[in-house]
Design a binder for this molecule. Structure first.
Ligand code: NDP
Length: 322
């Protein structure tokens, strides 16, 4: 049945956890979960595809309990879907728009209890952008949180044309975006990135000039030093040994030691940022990277999380159809 504002049900299918633990143990499929209430500045979205992020299982494990929302909770930050209904203060988006975005403005500050791993979700208009015209819903869902983290981190390091950058963790969800943005949006003169042996060709295909196999070489032992290091792994102690004097090290790994002068940040979701990057997605310079195992069916969400928890995923995992 076609979804229209008048046909929005009050209940939906959603993956829900009511206690902390491993996703395979605590995630339960609820076929009778309340469709979230729409606030004035929000839109209601029929979720078509949703991507997973490490933050989802880390929250489930209870790692961010001090700033998290109360349980029960539906996980999921990234969404691509269709606007079904708009709140009274919504100015730009309208019913039928195909949108994508990360629905939580502050990554760890009281994320929404009704996330994207459900048939419907809500998000503030200013966290969403129109889906790039050339991308399907699966590809669009793979983008927002990762590209936002990549862009914000690069912006904070003041990476600019002609500078060099080393990306630690180049094959992950964030790293694949950092390589592409550094090369094709910020105009870095040299992009180096680390991964295990089998992923080196991927790093090069994304724009890395130098792909470093961390199973064979320690990046901090190379003679070359970098203007910027983007650490998506949690190796800031090693990273600070590989920067040029006055260079910047940004890390996104939320726990563990932070070596001077490295700094850490937690992303802020922004629809305007996605709109800024849409031209680079639409002209194909920046591409979503989806793991070769492809997408997982909605019913396989716990198994998809188990795979993500291995830390070996290439790019993103997307849940589709929902
Ligand atoms: P992924 O799960 O996508 O990362 C998996 C990738 O990491 C794999 O391809 C793997 O490649 C690579 N990897 C693992 N260990 C190493 C290593 N020692 N050296 C190089 N590469 C390695 O994670 P994300 O990219 O989504 O996120 C990365 C981290 O950043 C997570 O801890 C996440 O929680 C955090 N994060 C923080 C944010 C913030 O706002 N602060 C926002 C987004 C993410 P291989 O198999 O070759 O090792």
């Amino acid at each position: 049945m076609e979804n229209t504002a008048s046909s929005i049900p009050s209940k939906m299918k959603a993956w829900v956890y009511s206690e902390h633990g491993k996703p395979v143990d605590v995630l339960k499929l609820d076929s009778n979960y309340d469709v979230p209430q729409l606030k004035e500045d929000q839109v209601l979205i029929k979720v078509v595809a949703a991507a997973l992020n490490p933050v989802d299982f880390k929250r489930m494990l209870g790692m961010f309990i001090h700033s998290d929302s109360p349980l029960p909770s539906v996980p999921g930050y990234d969404v691509a879907g269709v606007v079904l209904k708009v709140g009274s203060q919504v100015r730009t988006l309208k019913e039928g728009d195909e949108v994508y975005g990360n629905i939580n403005e502050k990554g760890l500050d009281r994320p929404k209890r009704s996330g994207t791993l459900a048939e419907y979700t809500v998000a503030e208009e200013n966290l969403l952008a129109l889906k790039p015209k050339n991308l399907g819903f699966i590809e669009a869902a793979a983008i927002p949180l990762a590209i936002g983290t990549a862009y914000e981190g690069l912006h904070k390091t003041a990476l600019s044309a002609g500078k060099s950058i080393l990306v630690l963790g180049g094959a992950g969800g964030v790293g694949t975006m950092v390589i592409q943005l550094a090369k094709h949006v910020f105009g870095a003169s040299k992009v180096a990135a680390t991964s295990s042996s089998a992923k080196l060709e991927l790093l090069k295909s994304l724009g890395a000039d130098l792909a470093i196999d961390y199973t064979k070489e320690n990046f901090e032992d190379l003679p070359e030093k970098f203007d910027v290091i983007y650490d998506a792994v949690g190796q800031s102690e090693r990273a600070v040994k590989a920067i040029k004097e006055g260079g910047k090290v940004v890390t996104i790994e939320p726990v563990g030691e932070l070596a001077e002068p490295a700094f850490r940040f937690i992303l802020t979701s922004s629809g305007a940022m996605l709109e800024t990057l849409n031209p680079f997605l639409e002209n194909g310079k920046v591409k979503p990277v989806i793991d070769p195992r492809g997408t997982f069916a909605f019913s396989q969400t716990p198994q998809a999380f188990s795979y993500l928890e291995t830390g070996r995923v290439t790019g993103k995992i997307v849940i589709h159809p929902i």
